[in-house]
Write a protein that binds this ligand. Sequence first.
Ligand code: NAD
Length: 436
Amino acid sequence: MTTKINPFENAMGQLEKALKYLKLEKWQIDRLRNPEKIISVNFPIKMDNGETKFFHGFRVQHNSARGPYKGGIRYHPQVDMDEVKALAFWMAIKCAVADIPMGGGKGGVEVDPKALSEKELERLSRAYARAIADDIGPYKDVPAPDVNTTPQIMKWMVDEYIKYKTNNKKQIAKKEKSILMGTFTGKPVDCGGSLGRTEATGRGGSFVLEALLAKMKLKGRCGKELTVAVQGFGNVGYYIAKFLHEMGMRIVALSDSKGAIVVKNMEKDGFNPDLVLKCKKEKGKLSSCYCVGSVCDLKYGRTMSNEELLELPVDILVPSALENQITGENAGRIKAKIIHEMANGPTTPEADVILHKKGIPVVPDVLSNSGGVTVSCFEWEQNLKGQHWTEKAVNAKLKQKMVKAFEAIWETAKREKTDLRTAAFIVAIKRIMGKT
Ligand code: NAD
């Protein structure tokens, strides 16, 4: 949609705004603006047809003042350094917002994973893990999944990392292995992963939204449920839709990269995200999966573009796909009462200004989607301590963390008379500088 927007410039724009509220020295500002280390790697992969191809990847380690770098690895043909630098910076802010003992990092490989066979994907993931192995570790840098990377990919990576670190040793003491497993999070549960991690980003987002709605005393109009449009129907989009649906809200629109579906009767109907997902899996596409209650029927819905979804007259708009979706160009046409950012960087600084003027609160990504990294941190803690927490314990700890993070930001926004994003940055920067 708006590929020309540079995410790192956006991130720095957000930082500049928050800096006006803080008295920092120049070196401190420089420390916030610049990554501590940028690792660039090139590695060959044997393809199934016998050809060898060269791939490029990187890892940006932004800030480690509060603990080891933490952040996902993205596989995308257009992933570039500015995008990864922005994401690493946001991770540092996010970990501080969530008040977990970790810093910010992010990785990327320039690849279209859909064009690879499973074996090629495994070889690529193992090669990337080996290429960055000396720069990561349970006390140094802890990667995780991001767009197009999965628990299975983390399993390959952690296996390769442990082989590399132990010189292919066959027998490793249980404790040593568990600690080494803490180098990657978002692993499958049977391979050192945490219960509750898959759902954590969506679940955490639902806790934050619940806390915000209570503060705003916002309920459905005329006794009706609140309406929600969710852009993106991957891990984050599906789970946030599911949890908000379970909380009694009406999911009136959903989308993926091919387009959006919307209920025909916005006054009455709402999609059942579980049934929509089942239907999408069966049909291989989202369009015409108009599932309301326990029935999927063409009469319930219609398709529209992702751009149109963003402009629907809903109570809550939840961008859960990519960055730069709400921009200076379309922000003026947004009709939602609240924007709850579940994707990273979906709103540009120009859009923020317009939305603020229109009185539309934007719950910033660094708060609303921090449930994922929070449970990743729980996974890391369990690995380091050799423990396995129950899902109930994970979810209870998550709720406590998310509500506390929201309260700190809400209070700061009120005290400083600013928007929630700037408040989140103020809280995070103070915490990072407190450790510098
Ligand atoms: P995913 O790959 O599982 O899903 C992405 C979804 O977005 C898919 O439904 C895809 O079809 C859709 N999409 C792609 N291009 C689109 C477009 N142009 N318009 C509309 N939809 C489009 O990824 P995910 O894990 O759900 O991540 C989504 C966002 O949330 C990303 O910004 C990611 O960085 C962020 N995030 C993810 C997590 C996590 O735990 N997975 C945590 C924090 C933030």
